[in-house]
Design a protein around this ligand. Structure first.
Ligand code: ASP
Length: 308
């Protein structure tokens, strides 16, 4: 079978989504959001745009959608504010940019990209990241823009039930995209509010290059979602690329192997992976993952539950 010229994969988080548990609004709203994001990224790729532009466009659409834990609709910290993390990586140059704890940039993925393209650095944090964002002229918003009643309710629930470090339902809602373009270049982008009730400046895997996000034309592009601490410990995104590059694993074998190792440590979550030849895969050990795929062959697939 000939591989498609371009491929786009997206996710909107992995977690305990099973049929009947999500409300009709959550199910339909998330599917519509995933579809919109696929369209945004596909439009770029269909016009011979770059994988970098495609993953930026897809992640921006997911950041703008309150169904997902990134940008508008991000989860709250223990202190009741939204602190945003994002990363992007270009597989052609292995250039990378990331931000953590950003509070005022409407689309954090664009800030991560500005770090990559307009600074000598890879990762900026908190007030410094916000200052850089203003200097770059990126769209600024009042922090209230990110807040939604549903995320506030989730914080109150976590506090009332003393649910501990993680959201008991494991509703990871991080968003991400990976793509290969017509030129065979891959890219990955990831954006998140992190975990509900996070404290002490906690940073997950999403903005950590090699953990939650990685791209290398010699192997693949990866974006992850799940219990970030485990993804950092395994260097999940880089590990998948390394297995493909050095062991010759295909995308599915590499992703399944590393998610298996994650599970052995007690971690949950998932990844999306695409290789320069267009092969692409989802791998997750949670009941569901918000996900979608579009290709130049006209395929468009959106799913939530594990059996779809
Ligand atoms: N991986 C994210 C974190 O640990 C959470 C998520 O995937 O929703 O911050």
């Amino acid at each position: 079978m000939t591989q498609p010229k371009w491929t786009l994969l997206i996710h909107g988080g992995a977690g305990s989504m099973v049929r009947g548990k999500l409300s009709a609004e959550q199910d339909e709203g998330a599917r519509a959001g995933l579809s919109t994001a696929l369209d945004a990224g596909s439009a770029v790729l269909a016009h011979s745009g770059s994988a970098m532009d495609a993953v930026s466009a897809a992640v921006m659409a997911l950041e703008d959608d309150a169904h997902f834990n990134a940008g508008h609709g991000a989860v709250f910290t223990y202190k009741g504010i939204n602190e945003l993390d994002a990363a992007i990586m270009d597989g052609k140059t292995r250039g990378a940019g990331a931000v953590t704890g950003a509070r005022y940039t409407r689309n954090p993925v664009l800030l991560a990209r500005a770090v990559m393209e307009h600074s000598p650095h890879v990762m900026l944090s908190r007030e410094g990241a916000d200052e850089f964002s203003r200097e770059q002229g990126l769209d600024q918003v009042d922090p209230d823009y990110f807040a939604t009643p549903e995320r506030w309710r989730q914080l109150e629930e976590l506090k009332a039930k003393k649910l501990g470090w993680y959201d008991i339902d494991m509703k990871y809602g991080t968003v991400g995209a990976v793509a290969v373009d017509n030129d065979g270049n891959v890219a990955a982008a990831t954006s998140t509010g992190g975990l509900t009730g996070k404290r002490w400046g906690r940073i997950g895997d999403s903005p950590v290059i090699g953990a939650g996000n990685y791209a290398d034309n010699r192997a693949c592009a990866v974006s992850a979602t799940g219990a970030g601490e485990f993804f950092i410990r395994l260097g999940v995104a880089h590990e998948i690329c390394a297995r493909m590059r050095m062991l010759g694993d295909d995308a599915k074998a590499a992703a399944d192997h590393v998610i298996g190792e994650l599970e052995e440590l007690g971690g949950t979550g998932g990844v999306i992976v695409t290789a320069p030849d267009g092969t692409a895969t989802f791998s997750f050990n949670t009941p569901g993952m918000y996900r979608g795929r579009a290709t130049s062959a006209g395929e468009k697939y959106v799913a939530i539950y594990g059996d779809e």
